[in-house]
Design a protein around this ligand. Structure first.
Ligand code: SP5
Ligand code: ZN
Length: 351
């Protein structure tokens, strides 16, 4: 299947994460995409350049407030001299305008970029630097390009996106994500007449942003299998099984820490069956591979064979399919895990 790629991902180097007030190294690195690219090249994959998409691709999943902020945040930070004084080389929020502060009135937009940073970020870990916007925009373009290739007749396409996207809602961002690439692909598929679209998110973390964007939209069904947020894992507040969407359009299946292939594949199969029974006409796979044993960001223990079997289970739906890269942080394993999943999909598609 075609692999949609953009060199622009390299423009985003988060430079770390602020976690519990500490700046720590962070794991969402440019090297991630390069490793996956090498593995796919070794498999003889065919690469297609991401094509610039109209602003409508953004507007279909995000509020203009968020995208305008992200597009200008780094320039505003520099203009305010903050890289020199106090010497902070990334945009980091410090004040969060929770809705309850406003007694039901609209949130006022802060003048200072130091305050505005907390209006759209919901964590302190997702830093903005020079090139973050350009890379995030190119990742969304890649996902939407993959959706367009499928609308144009490819049975499946894979967008090798970074930064990832599934934690971003219409109006706020976090979890190493800035724009919701998987949501953008789903919106394009549906606009192309495939209604409903199912998004199945197999990243180790709940796809809370995608869930929120399509919560009351019967045209995009969202399902996610992830480590139980109630066991103390990101995104902590979301991803519980009682979150079912308006009109039952959302499913969450939670895994105990330590879960391996058997329970995880049962959950992937359950989500696939749910999408089929709901009459899905296209599939977006939010393909994080951080559920793998050995990934530093999750306690799940899925094997490479498990990812191949997940690919087969999803491919067996026989739907036009767009895969969008989300998380996955074990640099030495990433490439193989992605290849296994894509091979599994293709094995089924080719009978
Ligand atoms: C796309 C994706 O997989 N995002 C997941 C982001 C989850 N990050 C949570 C980080 C929690 C703090 N980690 C600190 C590690 C200290 N060694
Ligand atoms: Zn993840």
């Amino acid at each position: 299947m075609p692999v949609v790629w953009s060199d622009s991902h390299r423009l985003h180097d988060p430079g770390g994460e602020v976690w519990l007030g500490l700046r720590i190294p962070g794991s969402e690195l440019p090297e991630r995409a390069e490793r996956i690219r090498v593995a796919l090249t070794d498999q003889g994959a065919w690469f297609a350049e991401a094509r610039a998409q109209p602003d409508e691709a953004l507007a279909s999943v995000h509020d203009p407030g968020l995208t305008t902020y992200l597009a200008g945040a780094w320039a505003a930070w520099e203009e305010a001299g903050l890289p020199q004084d106090p010497g902070v080389d990334r945009v980091v929020p410090y004040l969060f305008p929770h809705p309850d502060l406003f007694s039901g009135r609209a949130v006022r937009t802060a003048t200072s970029i130091t305050a505005r940073a907390g209006q759209f970020a919901y964590d302190t870990m997702t830093l903005i630097g020079p090139g973050t916007w350009e890379a995030a925009r190119a990742a969304l373009d890649a996902a939407v390009t993959a959706a367009q290739l499928v609308l144009d007749g490819a049975p499946a396409a894979y967008a090798l996106t970074r930064p990832p996207g599934h934690h971003v809602t219409r109006t706020c961002f976090g979890g190493s994500c800035y724009l919701n690439n998987s949501a953008g692909a789903a919106a394009r598929l549906r606009a192309g007449g495939l209604d409903p679209v199912a998004v199945i998110d197999i990243d180790a973390h709940h796809g809370n942003g995608t869930q929120a964007i399509f919560w009351d939209d019967p045209g995009v069904l969202t399902g996610s299998v992830h480590v139980d947020p109630g066991a103390g894992w990101f995104p902590h507040f979301l991803g519980f099984e009682d979150e079912r969407g308006a009109g039952d359009s959302n499913r969450n299946l939670v895994m105990e820490p330590g879960s391996d292939d058997e329970p995880w594949l049962a959950a992937v199969g359950e989500l696939a069956g749910w999408a089929r029974d709901a009459g899905a006409r296209a599939l977006v796979v939010a393909l994080g591979v951080d559920a793998a044993a050995g990934d530093p960001e999750s306690p799940l223990a899925v094997t490479p064979a498990g990812f191949r079997a997940a690919g087969r289970a999803l491919g067996a739906l026989g739907l036009p399919t767009v895969l969008v890269q989300e998380g996955g942080y074990d640099l030495d394993a990433l490439g193989q895990l992605v290849c296994e999943t894509l091979i599994g999909i293709e094995e089924e598609a080719n009978g």
